[in-house]
Design a protein around this ligand. Structure first.
Ligand code: PRX
Length: 641
């Protein structure tokens, strides 16, 4: 593999190794010899009310971890930390959209707030096992609401704040939540999203909702429905700060998180309690090297899995200080991130390649205004990082001294699966490197054969169960089985393509299904297509993700119009609006191309490879002989001019 031999290798710096949470490479062999025993040892780092009777029950594709064990996830993240002497140390530090504004909660304070909100939820009739929907900005009330759910054993379903009213409605209806926690508005980058207004629209068609709890974030006047809507601050004032943590079963649901799949309907990914917390606590400590003395910053939105696992549950179960930032990287000035790192003395930064590439474009001037020497470790997640961005991050943000952990995982995996261990693994820019101890990854070809040794391509699989794995898709076990466990039998099909080099290192190349990855956000082509055909001018549409140097991939929509409708700039605007209204602003196409026809095979299947080739300006589009009408290709090329 010529490209890879040119890639430099970076050994873990000595200074880092000296203080690393794990530095002995024998952990890999030990975990390999007895992976159940390995995870059992990790589970022992948690607080359990009752120990498990069995580590793993594997009845493919159904896994149960720490069977019979009883614990409480919020207790582990709060009370247990206080018991270990961390009561007065900062658990959450919140930086608002406006520089320098924010607040901070110690572990004791956070325990009290969570207990109060747990009592609020109970007061609204929420019982163990009943899902609660959460649609909030990046404010402390978001982790507080999640932990309050965990405290009473009610699964939470967090809906990312950029999702539209329709998306919120569908997610609420799927899990039949009785309570929605939201806010008046969500400020971000100097702009405000009207969350309560969106929620009101959604709630017009959500029969299960009985109550909402509304956080006053900006104080803006919002409509209020008596008997249904409640102010957060008013309920909290009355609430008792004592709420015993419910003993939940290791396999009780901790949360449902909806994620895009290959069809238009999002999948309700289900995570349970004991195995999930074991996985995220262990990986936060081993991969992100978080110690309780650290100020740790994961920049992901809590509306996505990274925020769940590595802003809330991972760092708090390790007793660290977790920073939560409401705004965007460049508001009000382009140096906002660096300003935050300097002011809060951030030691570990975990962010996305898109963010790094955006900063890289702006040059190093903004960085140079700030002292970033508090940083010890850098991480990336969510999409492939190109070696140039990796090098830039290493040299300019990490001052050449901080290891980078490029972590591959998914909403489904719950926690990090492939990543360097920063005190052990020599890194190569662009490569996620090795499976975490106890994880068995592999590559399969399209025919179902396992590929051994180095390979330029293959479908990434996980060969045995792991504790953080999704347990099912909410109310849809058949889709769970079909999506992940049918292609290769009892082997988990991740939906990603990967390469493997002579050192066994993995490089993830991207999705092999119809899921796009825009700035690390997962969006399915089918969802955008169905939003577009919802517009009366659109007869048919095909959506693809093309490469984009800023956002990794960008959405390109090919649209066939109804009858004699003509394409225009106004129509492009309308279609963008349509997608924004149906899914959310983050799913708007970057390019909309009107075309008289689409490239289809004789059996009517759209050849997306060709659409991608046209969108990326490729001259040679490969074999087009299987097309029902090969002349479509010229039309498409002309339409893009
Ligand atoms: O394609 C992979 C990409 O993100 C997908 C998972 O998206 P999501 O479930 O939203 O979770 C994102 C955060 C874990 C994967 O299927 N992906 C994630 N991490 C990496 C990555 N691609 C390349 N390198 C990574 N480190």
């Amino acid at each position: 593999m010529a490209e890879e031999t040119e890639i430099r290798t970076y050994d873990p710096p000595e200074e880092f190794v000296r203080q690393a949470n794990v530095k002995d490479a024998s952990v890999y062999d030990e975990a390999e010899k007895d992976y159940e025993g390995f995870w059992e040892e990790r589970a022992r780092q948690l607080h359990w009310f009752k120990e498990w009777d069995q580590v793993l029950k594997w009845d493919p594709p159904e896994a149960q971890w720490f069977v019979g064990g009883k614990l409480n996830v919020a207790y582990n993240c709060l009370d247990y930390q206080v018991e270990q002497g961390r009561g007065d140390k900062a658990a959450l530090v919140w930086e608002s959209d406006e520089p320098g504004e924010g607040k901070s909660y110690t572990y004791s304070e956070l325990t009290a707030e969570v207990s109060k909100f747990a009592n609020v939820l109970k007061g609204l009739g929420v019982k163990k096992g009943e899902p609660v929907a959460i649609y909030l900005p990046m404010i402390p009330e978001l982790p507080i609401a999640m932990l309050a759910c965990a405290r009473i054993g009610a699964p939470h379903s967090v809906v990312f704040g950029a999702f539209s009213a329709d998306s919120l409605r569908d997610r609420i209806n799927d899990c039949e939540a009785k309570v929605l926690v939201t806010a008046d508005e969500a400020p971000r980058g100097g702009r405000k999203t009207p969350l309560k207004k969106n929620a009101d629209e959604a709630l017009a068609d959500t029969p299960s909702i009985e109550n909402t709890v509304v956080v006053r974030r900006t104080g803006e006047d919002v409509d209020f429905t008596e008997g249904r809507d409640n102010w957060y601050d008013e309920l909290m004032q009355e609430a008792d700060a004592e709420c015993p943590a419910e003993e939940v079963d290791s396999e009780d649901i901790l949360y449902i998180l909806y994620s895009s799949g290959s069809t238009g309907k999002p999948k309700g990914i289900v995570h349970t309690s004991g195995g999930y917390l074991t996985h995220v606590k262990a990986t936060t400590s081993w991969v992100l090297d978080v110690k309780d003395s650290d100020v740790y910053w994961c920049t992901a939105d809590v509306g996505w899995v990274t925020g769940h696992s590595y802003l809330v549950y991972g760092p708090l179960s390790n007793g660290a200080t977790s920073l939560i930032y409401e705004g965007t990287p460049s508001y009000p000035e382009a140096d906002r991130f660096w300003d935050i790192i300097e002011r809060h003395g951030v030691n570990i930064l975990y962010t996305a390649p898109t963010v790094i590439r955006a900063f890289m474009k702006g040059g190093t001037e903004d960085l140079e205004k700030h002292d970033l020497t508090s940083l010890r470790l850098l991480g990336t997640v969510g999409e492939p990082i190109n070696p140039r961005a990796w090098e830039w991050y290493h040299e300019n943000v990490g001052g050449g001294r901080c290891p980078i952990v490029d972590t591959w995982w998914q909403t489904e995996t719950g926690g990090i699966m492939i990543s360097p261990l920063p005190g052990i693994t020599a890194t190569k820019p662009g490569m996620a490197t090795l499976p975490f101890p106890g994880i068995s990854a592999g590559l399969f070809d399209e025919e179902g054969n396992e590929i051994e040794g180095p390979s330029d391509s293959g479908n990434l699989v996980v060969k045995r169960p792991w504790p953080g794995m999704l347990r099912t898709l909410y109310k849809d076990p058949a889709r769970y089985k079909e999506t992940y466990w049918e292609k290769y039998g009892d082997v988990y099909f991740a939906g990603d393509g990967a390469r493997r080099d002579e050192d066994g290192y993995y490089l993830i190349t991207g999705r092999v299904d119809d899921v796009m990855n825009i700035s690390g956000h997962r969006i399915s082509t089918a969802e955008v297509e169905s939003a577009l055909v919802g517009h009366q001018a659109v007869a048919e549409s095909a959506v693809i993700g093309r490469q984009d140097e800023d956002t990794g991939q960008a959405i390109v929509a090919y649209v066939i119009l109804e009858g004699d409708r003509e394409g225009s700039d106004e129509l492009i605007q309308e279609l963008n609006q349509q997608v924004r209204r149906t899914i959310g602003a983050h799913a708007r196409p970057k390019e909309i191309i009107f075309t008289p026809d689409l490239p289809k095979t004789r059996s009517g299947k759209i050849m997306r490879r060709i659409l991608r080739g046209v969108a990326e300006g490729e001259q040679d589009l490969g074999d087009t002989s299987t097309l029902a009408d090969p002349s479509v290709v010229d039309d498409l090329k002309a339409a893009r001019q």
